[in-house]
Ligand binder design. Structure first.
Ligand SMILES: C[S@@+](CC[C@H](N)C(=O)[O-])C[C@H]1O[C@@H](n2cnc3c(N)ncnc32)[C@H](O)[C@@H]1O
Length: 228
């Protein structure tokens, strides 16, 4: 079941020549991140937690993931964080809630381990293809995500990736639905990815539109635990 997570990790780090070639030929992401997402003054503290990083090492963070890949500091579930309460100044939870059975437990755990005055940054998909890491249970609207805020203050919210990202990722997936062989899907993904990625810059305009929410790709929320 954890195969997809391990594949994701291998694609990023494997030293084999086929993986290096795949990385070299890999088209740029069809997604462009909203620059406003990170315009938040939320400094790291002594202890910061990265949930579900799939083995990527992020400076300044302790990482926890269900799958014990290299780079993961603690293997375990975000539904039951093995840390004391009020410890972390920053918690990152990026594209994880759709993969857990009980997102409300994860959000309760984030609330518990956040230090008073600490910040949580949570990102979830709204319109995005099915992807099992290692399972895929649900999608979220911004209203739905806000419902999990558990008494934390909502500092900011918006779209991490916009309508053009949605369109491009679905076109890529649609074409691959027609192709029965994995190598063919990889070639199609590469060729179409290079052809389509420049359109991602349209999201820089669409992020400003209220209508982006009709088919936005991933949304984010910044939450703060009251200082006392
Ligand atoms: C879609 S990947 C996101 C990876 C990374 N945040 C990124 O954006 O590249 C989801 C990650 O969440 C992890 N995950 C899934 N269920 C989890 C759980 N219950 N507790 C902790 N991590 C979990 C998976 O192992 C995977 O690494």
């Amino acid at each position: 079941m954890s195969g997809n997570v391990e594949n994701l990790y291998c694609q990023r780090t494997s030293p084999s020549w086929t993986s290096r070639l795949a990385r070299a030929l890999r088209p740029p992401d069809p997604l462009l991140r909203n620059p406003r997402e990170l315009e938040i003054d939320a400094p790291l503290g002594r202890w910061n937690l990265y949930i579900g990083g799939a083995g990527s090492v992020v400076d300044g963070y302790v990482s926890i993931d269900l799958v014990p890949l290299a780079g993961v500091n603690v293997a375990g579930s975000a539904e039951q964080l093995p840390f004391r309460s009020n410890l972390f100044q920053r918690v990152e939870c990026d594209a994880v809630l759709e993969h857990v059975e009980h997102p409300e437990c994860v959000m309760a755990e984030i609330t518990r381990v956040l230090a008073p005055g600490g910040f949580a940054h949570v990102v979830v998909p709204f319109c995005h293809p099915f992807h099992e890491y290692p399972r895929d249970f649900r999608r979220f609207t911004p209203d739905g995500l806000r419902q999990y805020s558990n008494g934390l203050q909502v500092i900011a919210e918006g779209w991490r990736t916009g309508p053009t990202a949605t369109l491009l990722v679905f076109v890529l997936e649609y074409v691959k639905v027609w192709l029965p062989w994995r190598p063919l899907r990889a070639v199609a993904h590469g060729a179409l990815g290079w052809l389509l990625f420049p359109f991602r810059y349209l999201d820089l305009i669409l992020f400003r539109s209220a209508r982006a929410r009709q088919i936005g790709n991933h949304c984010y929320i910044w939450l703060r635990k009251p200082a006392s």
